[in-house]
Design a binder for this molecule. Sequence first.
Ligand SMILES: Nc1nc2c(ncn2[C@@H]2O[C@H](COP(=O)(O)OP(=O)(O)OP(=O)(O)O)[C@@H](O)[C@H]2O)c(=O)[nH]1
Length: 217
Amino acid sequence: MNTPQSQHVSTLGLVLAGGEARRMGGNKAFREVAGKSLIGRVIDVAQAQCDQVMISSNTGTEAFADYGLPVVADHPKPGQGPLGGILGGLQALPDGIDWLVTFPVDCPIVPLDMVGRLQAAAEDAGAKAAFASHAERDHYLSSIWHRDAAPVIAGLLASDDRRVRGPLQALDAPRVVFEDKVSGLGPFTNVNTPDDLRAVNAALSDHIAMSDRASNR
Ligand SMILES: Nc1nc2c(ncn2[C@@H]2O[C@H](COP(=O)(O)OP(=O)(O)OP(=O)(O)O)[C@@H](O)[C@H]2O)c(=O)[nH]1
């Protein structure tokens, strides 16, 4: 099992909020679960674990102005799916930060040790990336990428290969298995449809109510 290393290495969290959200009927990032927007929740978990946070989107900065975070566009162009967002994020890494951690905006349940465990796994394996898994399902967008992964991603995108799994395989990225559940829902549960939104809203509302009751005891 990989455990977070004691030595702190800086990371930048990238909230992936591009895409068209067709199954949701649009506007996924701003849908609410348990009284808070998906993007607000995901920014919170990213800020709890990363030194800096940016938002990945191709629709300009205006919609995200309330969050006061930099917005970075896909590279080399929009419309290539989340891998273009990851490459845009890697290109925008500031000096002194070598690791990018991606947080899809439609996955509000994120383990609080995710970043440390992904980074430790990548470093232990001598790999330039690592990704999360739960209940035998891989979550390629809940992942960490070293800045040196950029040429591999750029090469795949140039050959029109947009699968996020592609560069993870090419980089021999280790899989990190997470177990914890929140009110019956596993980590990385995707919110893609209105039904998903209802299920996650119910589970998170229960979870928050239970935590509130426990802390008032
Ligand atoms: N930056 C960026 N993020 C994207 C892009 N496409 C999808 N994403 C993000 O990647 C994650 C997974 O997206 P999907 O659910 O596969 O696609 P979606 O467009 O959000 O939804 P559907 O249209 O219903 O498939 C979400 O966090 C999206 O915001 C893209 O082209 N660029």
